[in-house]
Design a protein around this ligand. Structure first.
Ligand code: ARG
Length: 575
């Protein structure tokens, strides 16, 4: 589908050359302006002054004059403060919407396929998933869905923390508790912290734990079996959370730290060959220019500790090699909290220096801010610990259930439960995805579950309301897609403009790895729909107008549903 810039181009060209401008003088002005979108184009004339020796105001006026009504078929043109503004008119918008109406993809184009690894969720074995993993899981999953929809091949990798020295104490603790693979329950509530307390207070336990690490690194079968049990039980827990959250991750996507264990010595060799390794207090490290600690001393990236164990960073280096050589990707997104920015910057720099990746490989840290409590501090449970993700999800659905019971008492209990699940989980996800990921956000139940404002329930309600227009009258949605769309009222035009920006909002969300750009557009669409529906009768209109408005309703519902789906949020038909 062609956007306004493209159709304007041949109309502007003769006018500009008549004024003595070459195409190269003005061509980029239109597309580079930030005010430019599919349906509205702003062209700043300032940089043309140097060619024409006139003020931008005069140039804009001149162009306007010379254009006459040659663009009137497609847009309104105005000259304001040295800018030429082109704004799509009814006819152009109606045509454009007409195309979307018959397009399954709603105007979203398919890009040239790239293989993109998205590293997300990545919780740690033997611990509960907590609120710290919420953002990575929700944002990573939305990016997975959005980029897949754009035609890319996405390789999701769940880089779980399943290896390293803590496993010595975890396995010993498992043995002490008398648990084996037949026990179906490990209480991860206190498992990790209990092991830690014992390790710090009981020297015999600490000695056993250290010996256990050595046995684990030597792949002793009995130890690996116990380790595997911890991993398996943790995966059961992760999968429960993923299923409830409707997240795409499965066991197939597990690519934990242990996966790279065997290649760590190779990484050491490569760093050695590249002349990057240095000794520091018995450890093997890499020093990079410009990285210093708080005291101003050079900050090393630790590759191998003095006791021979490898580090988090070493796995990440091996992981890069694997993604290039085995996965066949040259683009990696790491959806990990902003507090790990330094870790990734250093790992990427070392990887380039050691030629594990060339300059063409894009390794991108996609950071995000914290989830805050209403007290202005990092969200915590009543006892001060991290809030378990499971508890949050449960509470969201419970709260949604009573809201739905209130709003729509006629729903059966099973229907209500189903809607509550979609609403509650949707609310948590949307609260996260609708804020710029770089910012912290405050976790507020009332706000995220409200039917007003930029929330999941507001969008879901707009969608359900449209569905009910059709179901009430028994109108087949598909049958409306043959109608010819004809926008007449202002509020109709406004809705049309909002709908047309859907593909472009998805594109900019994908480009900047920022789902909130899509969310914001969906909210604009839902708002535009509400004001359209208030002022423009749909079922109360007749003939072609009714057809056109029903088609607009259908297109709005499909756009909302598709958009929410790309964010990983369900759209109930009624609520
Ligand atoms: N497991 C880590 C944590 O909980 C996150 C891993 C992120 N991914 C990576 N490739 N380092 O902090």
């Amino acid at each position: 589908m062609r956007d306004l810039i493209e159709v304007l181009h041949p109309i502007l060209n003769p006018v500009m050359s008549e004024m003595g401008l070459l195409e190269s003088d003005w061509k980029d002005l239109v597309s580079s302006s930030t005010d430019t979108s599919f349906a509205d184009v702003a062209m700043p004339c300032h940089s043309l002054s140097k060619f024409l020796r006139k003020s931008p105001l005069d140039i804009a006026d001149d162009v306007l004059d010379k254009l006459g009504d040659s663009a009137s078929e497609i847009c309104e043109v105005t000259s304001v403060n040295g800018f030429l503004n082109f704004s799509a008119n009814q006819k152009w918008l109606s045509n454009k919407l007409q195309n979307s109406l018959s397009d399954e993809r709603l105007g979203v184009s398919i890009e040239e396929t790239r293989t993109i690894v998205i590293d997300y969720s990545s919780p740690n074995v033997a611990k509960h998933m907590h609120v710290g993993h919420l953002r990575s899981t929700v944002i990573g999953d939305a990016l997975n869905r959005m980029l897949t929809h754009k035609g890319h091949k996405i390789v999701a990798e769940n880089h779980i923390g399943d290896w390293g020295t803590p496993f010595g104490m975890l396995i010993e603790h498992l043995i002490d508790l008398g648990l084996d693979s037949n026990s179906d329950f490990i209480d991860f509530n206190s498992f990790y912290s209990d092991a830690r307390i014992k390790f710090d207070s009981d020297s015999e336990f600490a000695t056993r734990s250290r010996a256990r690490v050595v046995r684990m690194q030597a792949s002793e079968p009995e130890t690996i079996e116990l380790w595997q049990m911890l991993v398996d039980k943790s995966l059961i827990h992760f999968n429960e959370v993923y299923q409830r959250m409707d997240v795409l991750l499965t066991n197939e996507d597990i690519a934990g730290e242990s996966k790279y264990e065997a290649t760590l010595p190779l990484i050491l060799d490569k760093l050695e060959d590249a002349g990057l390794l240095e000794e520091s207090e018995g450890a093997k490290v890499v020093y990079l220019d410009n990285w210093t600690n708080r005291e101003g001393d050079p900050l090393p990236l630790i590759i191998q500790k003095a006791d021979g164990g490898y580090n988090y960073a070493t796995s990440d280096l091996a992981c890069i090699l694997d993604r290039i050589e085995n996965v066949g990707s040259r683009e990696f997104l790491y959806v990990v909290g902003a507090e790990q920015a330094q870790h990734f910057a250093m790992v990427f720099e070392v990887a380039r220096k050691a030629k594990l990746m060339d300059d063409g490989v894009k390794a991108i840290h996609v950071p995000f801010g914290l989830v805050m409590g209403t007290d202005g501090k990092k969200l915590a449970s009543r006892t001060g610990g991290a809030v378990h993700l499971n508890d949050l999800l449960m509470e969201a659905v419970e709260r949604a259930d009573s809201i739905v019971a209130d709003k729509n008492p006629s729903l059966s209990k099973t229907d209500r439960a189903e809607v509550a699940e979609m609403l509650g989980i949707g609310a948590i996800k949307y609260a996260d995805l609708s804020t710029d990921r770089n910012n912290n956000y405050t976790f507020e139940w009332e706000k995220m579950l409200s039917f007003d404002g930029n929330t999941a329930p507001y969008l879901q309600y707009a969608h359900a309301r449209i569905c009910s227009i059709f179901s009430k009258e028994g109108i087949d949605r598909k049958s409306t897609r043959q109608a010819s769309i004809n926008l007449s009222e202002d509020r109709e035009l406004n809705l049309g403009r909002a709908l047309i920006r859907f593909p472009e909002s998805l594109d900019s969300a994908c480009l900047s790895h920022s789902p909130h750009k899509l969310a914001t557009q969906l909210h604009t669409i839902a708002q535009a729909f509400a004001s359209f529906y208030e002022a423009c009768p749909v079922l109360g209109s007749e003939d072609q107008l009714r057809e056109s408005r029903l088609a607009l309703c259908d297109l709005t519902a499909r756009t909302l549903q598709t958009g929410l789906d790309l964010l990983g949020i369900a759209s109930p038909q009624r609520m």
